[in-house]
Design a protein around this ligand. Structure first.
Ligand SMILES: C[S@@+](CC[C@H](N)C(=O)[O-])C[C@H]1O[C@@H](n2cnc3c(N)ncnc32)[C@H](O)[C@@H]1O
Length: 271
């Protein structure tokens, strides 16, 4: 059974992403692919007031603000470093930035209630411990006719890296993500209409070092509470790399899979 207490602590996530802000954009290949797909899927709803949850360096927020039918975009993030970076990078006057936790929208952001025509979130909620709180908060922020679009990761993500580590030691080195049925049931308890589309995105890397460096630069290295404490021994790293090398394809590349869920949900009609 899936247990949410394996997921990361909000302060660790905020710290890791704040530290990663300056290097994030260079390493964000997957994040760009997913954000672009999410923006394309939601394009007919790019109007009115928009809330971008886990806005990071502001990539999607800025694109949304560039749409003529959009009046304003609030980029909300738990990492102050990300917000500072986004503010400095994007100057569209339709943009505003807010520090906040996606799991506490209803409590902390009372001024957001019922305001948004579109709530969007790309690759942020997989860091949240309490998805029910996230979805309650989103429902709280949406206008009655509003729509929620989000992209998040499934458990098949980085399965090659998980497997390679399993050959080296018994610790959990890769973040654990929510299975589809758990995600769907949490969504269905808050929203009237729920659609989830699952897609595997297969990337190629030249080395394991490049993959782990990218994960670090993205602030996406392992924060699971079952992670090995302290430094990972050099021998175990070598074993993991050797195992991963056995997956190298004939074309000379290492496969890296991300399992992405694209969600569209509409708010429950108010009684
Ligand atoms: C992988 S980045 C994605 C950023 C951006 N959406 C993009 O597509 O480039 C994840 C972002 O979610 C933010 N985040 C993680 N947990 C959060 C939470 N509980 N509340 C708000 N933001 C959160 C992180 O600080 C980070 O900026």
């Amino acid at each position: 059974m899936y247990t949410s207490n394996l997921l990361p602590d909000a302060h660790q996530v905020a710290q890791a992403f704040s530290h990663a802000a300056a290097t994030y954009d260079q390493a964000a290949g997957l994040q760009r692919i997913v954000a672009d797909q999410l923006l394309a899927k939601s394009s007919q709803y790019h109007k009115g007031r928009v809330l971008d949850i886990g806005s990071g360096t502001g990539y999607a927020s800025a694109q949304l603000a560039g749409s003529s039918l959009v009046d304003s975009v609030t980029g909300l993030d738990i990492a102050e470093g990300m917000l500072t970076y986004a503010k400095a990078k994007h100057s569209n006057p339709k943009l505003n930035w807010q520090l906040g936790d996606a799991q506490r929208l209803a409590e902390d952001c009372t001024d957001l209630a019922g305001r948004y025509d579109l709530v969007i979130s790309s690759l942020a909620i997989q860091w949240c411990h309490d998805l029910s709180a996230v979805f309650s908060g989103v429902a709280h922020c949406l206008a009655e006719s509003g729509v929620f679009y989000c992209a998040t990761l499934g458990p098949n993500t980085l399965h090659q890296l998980k497997w390679a580590w399993a050959q080296a030691d018994g610790y959990q080195h890769v973040n654990e993500f929510v299975p589809l049925e758990v995600l769907r049931s949490k969504l269905q308890s808050r929203f009237l209409e729920v659609e989830v589309v699952r897609e595997n995105i297969d990337l190629k890397y030249t080395s394991v070092q490049q993959l782990t460096k990218d994960l670090k630069q993205l602030g996406a290295s392992n924060h699971n509470r079952q992670a090995a404490k302290g430094l990972t021994g050099i021998g175990r790293v070598r074993k993991m790399v050797q195992a991963y090398e056995t997956l190298r394809t004939e074309g000379g590349q290492l496969p890296v899979t991300y399992e992405v869920y694209y969600v569209k949900a509409k708010i429950k009609a108010k009684p």
